[in-house]
Design a protein around this ligand. Structure first.
Ligand code: MN
Length: 284
């Protein structure tokens, strides 16, 4: 049985910093959050030109209670955090960060990249974690492009970032079962995605124009799939790329406020209190 596209969600344009509008399909008013669980937020930035005069940088800010995932399609990203962790990502790399009990971090581009200037294009994804793991120690998984298993077909490439998909297993460690696949399809090519039944699943188009399960979806549109069924066919009307996400829903209350994702308002208040009292550490 095939999955169906039950809804196409268009991105909101969001000016995340002066002069930088990103695509924000999630969260969305058009779909109930329980149908998206464990996925909370999806921000698609670029492709845009970045240089010394026009950076794409985030000042130090806190997070608690979820996994923040950065998938960098193109460009460079440098990070630094309150646990003493630091590193950088290049084209094709993924950073799977567990904010857990609390982290303070900043993101920017390496100086060498800013000097030359270049294109930055990627995804920021927030994935909820169960109550039992929310206060886990913060951790980073820096996943290099070379360590991501690739499935190739005629005019198609699928990179398995997390979960088991078509007999390949992605390197990301997750708290609940999640499949994350970055796909590329050449114009005229066809791909059948195989997705766990009854998980919440979506396909977000990052570039080009595709037809998913018979329904057209363009860049910055998100196809929300029916829970029932396994496979879904994607054909490309032009060279296209997408992100496939599928996950077991976490059936717990969610309270998201600013940079925190907890189960109750009391826990959100506690997060703000702990942050103000300096319990998230500091960036030197
Ligand atoms: Mn952040």
């Amino acid at each position: 049985m095939y999955k169906q596209v039950s809804q196409i969600i268009k991105s909101r344009k969001m000016e995340i910093m002066p002069g930088r509008a990103i695509n924000a399909p999630l969260p969305s008013d058009e779909i109930d959050e329980t149908r998206l669980s464990p996925f909370i937020l999806l921000h698609h930035f670029g492709p845009f030109e970045v240089n010394y005069l026009n950076k794409f940088a985030f000042e130090p800010h806190p997070h608690r209670g979820f996994d923040a995932v950065t998938i960098l399609f193109e460009g460079a990203l440098r990070h630094r955090d309150s646990t003493g962790g630091k590193g950088s990502l290049s084209s094709g790399d993924v950073q799977w960060m567990t904010a857990g009990s609390g982290i303070l971090h900043e993101e920017s581009q390496p100086d060498e990249f800013l000097e030359k200037g270049g294109i930055v294009h990627g995804i920021q994804l927030w994935i909820n974690i169960p109550k039992a793991n929310k206060m886990h120690d913060p951790r980073y998984q820096d996943i290099r492009s070379n360590d991501i298993p690739v499935i190739t077909g005629v005019g198609t490439i699928e990179r398995v970032i997390a979960g088991t998909y078509k007999d390949k297993t992605g390197p990301a460690a997750t708290f609940t079962p999640i499949t994350a696949v970055h796909g590329k399809i050449s114009k005229g090519a066809k791909l059948v995605c195989s997705i766990a039944e009854l998980y919440n699943s979506l396909i977000y188009v990052t570039l080009g124009n595709v037809t998913i399960g018979g329904k057209p979806a363009g860049a910055s549109e998100l196809a929300y799939l029916s829970n029932e069924g396994k496979d879904i066919e994607i054909t490309a009307d032009e060279d296209s790329e997408f992100l496939l996400l599928s996950g077991e829903p976490i059936n717990e209350p969610v309270v998201q406020y600013g940079p925190f994702v907890m189960n109750t308002m009391g826990e959100i208040k506690q997060a703000f209190l702990d942050y103000r009292e300096g319990k998230f550490g500091e960036l030197n």
